[in-house]
Design a protein around this ligand. Structure first.
Ligand code: PGA
Length: 249
C-alpha cells in the first residue's frame, strides 16, 4: 500500500519572514493531515523553515544541490551543507533546472547518487516538452530520463526515490494533464522501474504528478491508481491553496 506524498516547491519565492509565515501556517493546519508532506523553500530560508517545522509532520526539502561534496564550486550548495540544515529530501532534475540551466541526465544522475550516498531522499522529476508530447514521445522521454537518472542506483536505495512526473507544458501554465493522461504515463513509469528493479519495488514506488495542481483538480488526480501524490508549485505558496491539496478528498 502506497502512502500519498504531497510536496510544495516554493521555487525562487519568499524572503525568510514570508517563508516563516507560511511554514507556521502549514505546521498548524496540516497537524491532522494523514499523508506524507514536504516543503522545499529556497536555500536561504531552509534554516528558518526547518526550525519552524521541526517536530511536525512536514519534512524539509531542498530544490537542488551540487554534484560534488565540496571544493571550488562558486555559487553551489553541497548535500553535506543541506544535511547539516536538517534537509530530508532533495528535488533533482526539475524541468527548470533541465531547460533553463541546461542540466543533463548525466549531471542529474551524479547528484542523485551523491544525495543517496549521504542518506537523504530524492524526488527525481521527469517530463516531456509540448513538442515531444505532440510527437508522441512522452513515454520515451520519461523512460530515458528515468533510466539515465537512476543509472547505478542500487535496488536497496530505490525506497528513497520518489519520481515526479511533470509534463513541462503543464508547469506554471494553468494547463493540467487530464487524470487519464497522467495516469497512463505514471503506469508506464512504473513499468520502466519494474523492468529494472522488479515488481515489488515498482509497486512500492511513489509517483507524484506535478503541473498546475490546484485544490480544484487534486482529488481527481489522486483518485487514479498510479498517481500517489503531487509536487505543487504555484499553489504551494499559500496555505489557503496548499492545505486543501494536502488534505484532498
Ligand atoms: P506548478 O509547478 O504547480 O506551478 O505548475 C509545479 C512544479 O514546477 O513543481
Amino acid at each position: 500500500m502506497r502512502n500519498y506524498y504531497i510536496a510544495g516547491n516554493w521555487k525562487m519565492h519568499k524572503t525568510r519572514a514570508e517563508a516563516a509565515e507560511l511554514a507556521k501556517a502549514l505546521a498548524a493546519q496540516l497537524k491532522d493531515g494523514k499523508h506524507k508532506y514536504l516543503v522545499a523553500p529556497t536555500f536561504t530560508s531552509l534554516e528558518t523553515v526547518g526550525a519552524l517545522i521541526k517536530g511536525s509532520n512536514i519534512l524539509l526539502g531542498a530544490q537542488n544541490c551540487a554534484p560534488e561534496e565540496q571544493g571550488a564550486h562558486t555559487g553551489e550548495v553541497s548535500v553535506l551543507q543541506l544535511k547539516d540544515l536538517g534537509v530530508h529530501t532533495v528535488i533533482l532534475g526539475h524541468s527548470e533546472r533541465r531547460h533553463i540551466y541546461k542540466e543533463d541526465d548525466e549531471l542529474i544522475n551524479k547528484k542523485v547518487k551523491l544525495v543517496l550516498k549521504h542518506g537523504l531522499e530524492v524526488i527525481l522529476c521527469v517530463g516531456e516538452l509540448l513538442e515531444e508530447r505532440e510527437a508522441r514521445k512522452a513515454e520515451a522521454v520519461c523512460e530515458t530520463q528515468i533510466v539515465k537518472g537512476l543509472a547505478g542506483v542500487a535496488a536497496a536505495d530505490l525506497g528513497r526515490i520518489t519520481i515526479a512526473y511533470e509534463p513541462v507544458w503543464a508547469i506554471g501554465t494553468g494547463k493540467t494533464a487530464t487524470p487519464e493522461d497522467a495516469d497512463a504515463i505514471h503506469a508506464y513509469i512504473r513499468k520502466v522501474v519494474e523492468k529494472r528493479y522488479g515488481a515489488g519495488a515498482a509497486a512500492d514506488l511513489i509517483i507524484q504528478y506535478g503541473g498546475s495542481v490546484k485544490p480544484e483538480n487534486a482529488a481527481q488526480l489522486m483518485a487514479k491508481e498510479n498517481i500517489d501524490g503531487a509536487l505543487v508549485g504555484g499553489a504551494a505558496l499559500k496555505a489557503d491553496t496548499f492545505v486543501p491539496i494536502a488534505k484532498f478528498g
